[in-house]
Write a protein that binds this ligand. Structure first.
Ligand code: BG6
Length: 594
């Protein structure tokens, strides 16, 4: 998952692209590159995150260019492998988002033809393939094959999910999409190309989403073409409003802390959903033969809690499949089934692949995303948006909270208890707000973060509504601290994990006043008996806790409240360890490659 950006217009291209890449950095920040068209194409590219750049790059003023922020898939993190990549005659540069799954085969065929390669990337194979098409195709048609046709022919040979963008010495832009997202923003004479709409939000109010198998070019005017048939396609620019696209820390030290503090806001946004738009979906939900909730990473855990709420509050037989690993379900899917996909970006490749296969089988699709115009929203029968505002920190916090609060509310609506659900969420918003604005809570958690940051293994215990919560706590600690954390289903402790319990082992136990409370307290006693140090997150203190993080008891929504102290704990641990909180190593915000 990388970020690509292109610009044509009256502003200075390198500055617009720089700003765009900073907003795309969540998609990967191993290296970045910007190419602009002056008397010839000039490139500046560096290893590291573009956001850390505090001086303007040294590129000439220009009105056309492309940029790329990279999450390395093929080839190490160095300047040579950074995109964009030049053609041999420097007549164009190319950047790519995706993986060319058949790049080895293509590369050896090109090497046999005498092409040389400077990088280890699959991207450079695309550049050489285009050059080859320029040569061979013109022999075939004994006419001049223009670059656009060469790009089209080359793109048809790529296997895998790929999106590419080129800019030529003449200031022409050509982009093709198959998989990784590609959107175009228009503002009068200015044209923006990008991996997401947020990155050009301040400048445009009309967009065009390029679909898979389409090529978009700008050569004085925009042209949309079907890559396979080579036929021009009509297109229309849809209006889009970016009211809350403001992206700054607003006084917080990190986006992560700001976004955790937005939890009450996002839950109130769930309450602001227009539930008149939910009637069809709720009907489908109650009539579906099978309901699957799917997602990857944090969204996969949210999907699991959504399924939990549907089972417990709506008696819907929902099951979750995290990592969207649905291979063993494909033959069971029928048109009577429903898939519900929470996703921050709406572009996660693993989930999109499942949705595309399920759609072909007539499965109804519902999505709950946080990115306007995203692919998941576009292929859904029931697209819903979190309206949670931009989530910049790679570690998802407020959107996770939004996803599970939404899951709780649709379960209550489906069971005819919408009013009760809304009252409970309103109470939750108040409790969350109070909790986040009580300094003592932060101090308690900060002190515990200092202790936990010294450990190499951290365990979490939970059950029933809190199992997914401790799983998400595990993910947050791992993502932010790079420390091994392990969420143990309390009911399974005695079957394996208890062998790991010994003096001083830290165990975080999340306990709610619910039917699983005694089971979890029993498990806590068992780890204590073997010397573990227990941190209890619970509405009531308990003698068995060595440390205690109080949380309000919010009844049916307790699990949603309980994720807040865990998110804060992960945040303060990452800060304590001096890590790049908003951009942890090796991961990216949106994984648009398989
Ligand atoms: C991971 C992110 O890479 O992808 C998680 O770090 C996210 O925060 C997961 O939940 C799935 O992405 P999305 O956009 O589908 O929520």
């Amino acid at each position: 998952m990388c970020g690509i950006f292109g610009y044509i217009g009256s502003k200075n291209a390198s500055e617009v692209i720089l700003e765009g890449l900073k907003r795309l950095e969540y998609r990967g920040y191993d290296s970045w590159g910007i190419a602009v068209v002056a008397d010839q194409i000039k490139i500046d590219k560096k290893v590291g995150a573009i956001g850390d750049l505090n001086q303007l790059i040294n590129l000439p003023r220009s009105n056309a260019g492309i940029g790329h922020t990279r999450w390395a898939t093929h080839g190490g993190v160095n300047v040579t492998n950074a995109h964009p990549h030049f053609s041999s005659d420097k007549s164009f540069v190319l950047a790519q988002n995706g993986i060319v799954e058949n790049y080895q085969k293509l590369k050896s065929a090109l090497q046999k033809k005498g092409y040389k390669f400077q990088t280890e990337t699959d991207t450079e194979v695309i550049v050489r393939l285009i050059e080859d098409k320029l040569k061979t195709a013109s022999h075939l048609t004994s006419g001049k094959v223009d670059l656009k046709e060469a790009v089209r022919l080359a793109f048809l040979e790529l296997e895998g999910r790929n999106t590419i963008i080129l800019v030529t010495k003449a200031g022409r832009i050509i982009a093709c999409r198959n998989g990784s997202p590609l959107v175009v923003g228009v503002n009068g004479e200015e044209i923006f190309f990008s991996s997401d709409t947020l990155s050009f939000a301040p400048y445009v109010n009309r967009i065009l989403v390029v679909e898979n198998g389409q090529m978009i070019t700008w050569n004085g005017k925009l042209q949309l073409r079907d890559i396979k048939s080579n036929k021009d396609l009509p297109y229309h620019l849809e209006k889009i409003d970016f009211k809350n696209s403001k992206v700054d820390k607003e006084g917080y030290d990190h986006f992560m802390l700001k976004e955790i503090h937005e939890s009450p806001y996002v839950v109130s946004q769930v309450l602001n959903q227009d539930f008149k738009l939910y009637e069809d979906f709720i009907k489908t939900l109650k009539e579906a033969k099978n309901v699957y909730t799917i997602g990857s990473g944090t969204a996969g855990i949210a999907a699991s809690e959504v399924a939990f709420y549907l089972r417990v509050f709506a008696q819907v037989n929902a099951r979750s499949v995290i990592g969207a690993d649905m291979y063993d379900y494909y033959d069971l899917l029928t048109k009577d089934d429903l898939i519900i996909a929470p996703s921050q970006s709406g572009e996660t490749a693993d989930v999109l692949e499942v949705l595309e296969i399920a759609k072909k089988k007539g499965v109804k699709i519902a999505s709950y995303v946080n990115m306007p115009g995203s692919t998941m929203a576009r292929i859904s029968d029931h697209p819903y948006s979190a309206h949670a505002g931009p989530e910049i920190c790679v570690m998802s916090t407020k959107v996770f909270t939004s996803q599970i609060a939404w899951g709780y509310l649709i379960a209550k609506v489906a069971s005819g208890k919408s009013k009760e659900g809304r009252v409970n969420l309103k109470k939750l918003v108040e409790e969350m707000d109070k909790y986040l604005n009580t300094n003592a809570n932060h101090e308690t958690i900060k002190n515990l973060a200092k202790i936990l940051a010294k450990h190499k293994d951290i365990f979490l215990l939970g059950k029933y509504q809190n199992f997914n919560i401790i799983s998400e706590g595990m993910v947050k600690i791992i993502e932010g601290s790079y420390i091994h954390a392990h969420g143990i289903p309390a009911g399974d402790l005695k079957h394996y994990a208890i062998t790991l319990m010994e003096k001083g082992v830290p165990v975080i136990a999340v306990v709610s006043e619910d039917l699983a409370r005694d089971d979890v307290i029993n498990a806590v006693n068992q780890v204590k008996a073997r010397g573990a140090t227990v941190i209890g997150i619970s509405p009531a203190a308990c003698a068995v806790f060595d440390h205690y993080i109080p949380v309000p008891d919010t009844g049916e929504t307790s699990a949603i409240m309980n994720i807040i102290p865990l998110q804060l704990l992960a945040y303060y641990m990452a800060v304590e360890l001096g890590h790049n909180v908003d951009k942890p190593r090796n991961i990216a915000k949106s994984v648009t490659v398989k």
